[in-house]
Design a protein. Structure first.
Length: 234
């Protein structure tokens, strides 16, 4: 799986490893993925790290989040935080395939995609999409599940401040009523297994807000798949 990542991507775009500068390896060499990208046991409901053998963390047992399942490939931190900003803000859309392959190699991701009926990327506000030129979540979703991905069903109907700049309580308020299903297509989620995709999850408030909207549309089961997850519930 990981070898395919390097061979496939290196063949397409020869270059250096973005972490250790080994060459040819792009965007990240095999040694760096081995060092920084090893899967670790995570709560199946919120993707925070847990001791081996534990399925759900105490917080999720006490107060189940609106997501039925949540899986992350890596912890948000060095070197992934830097690579993700390059992916996102410098238009390195070509990295989507490599990041999606890493996501696929994380436990539970493959079966979640297989069992899902619809894969919905987290939408960007149209102004942000125009600035950036692409939605990184849509790029990941297309690589993970080309046939099941629908980038027009889940909409962002309200411009929100960048979540990363806010405190937790403000994040919750910030994303309230930010999402909606396209009214003409909303019934497509009814009774279905939905997979939400995002590149980074911090407090989870955006994914939770989107999950509530999808649940209100009648979805039977909702899983979130993210590339990177911060280690603190913050
Ligand atoms: Zn490297
Ligand atoms: Zn949990």
């Amino acid at each position: 799986m990981l070898r395919a990542l390097f061979e496939g991507v290196a063949a397409a775009i020869p270059g250096q490893c973005a972490v250790c500068r080994a060459w040819p390896a792009h965007p990240v060499c095999e040694a760096c993925v081995g060092r920084f990208g090893q899967p670790q046991p995570r709560c199946r409901r919120c993707a925070l790290p847990v001791p081996a053998g534990i399925a759900e963390c105490g917080a999720c047992l006490r107060a189940p989040p609106p997501l039925d399942a949540c899986h992350a490939a890596v912890t948000y931190g060095f070197p992934w935080s830097g690579l993700l900003s390059q992916f996102k803000f410098r238009g390195e859309a070509g990295w989507a395939a490599a990041l999606a392959t890493l996501m696929r190699s994380a436990p539970w991701v493959e079966p979640a995609i297989e069992q899902g009926d619809l894969v919905l990327p987290m939408p960007l506000a149209s102004r942000r999409l125009a600035e950036r030129g692409f939605n990184q979540a849509l790029e990941l979703a297309r690589r993970l599940a080309p046939k099941k991905t629908d980038g027009r069903l889940l909409l962002r109907i309200r411009e929100t401040a960048q979540q990363s700049a806010l405190e937790r309580r403000d994040r919750l308020l910030n994303v309230k009523d930010a999402f909606a299903l396209d009214p003409l297509q909303a019934r497509r989620v009814s009774g279905k297994r939905i997979v939400l995709i995002d590149d980074v999850m911090t407090s989870g408030s955006s994914l939770h807000a989107a999950a509530r909207v999808v649940r209100a549309g009648g979805a039977a089961h909702i899983t979130a798949l993210v590339f990177a997850r911060t280690d603190e519930p913050d």
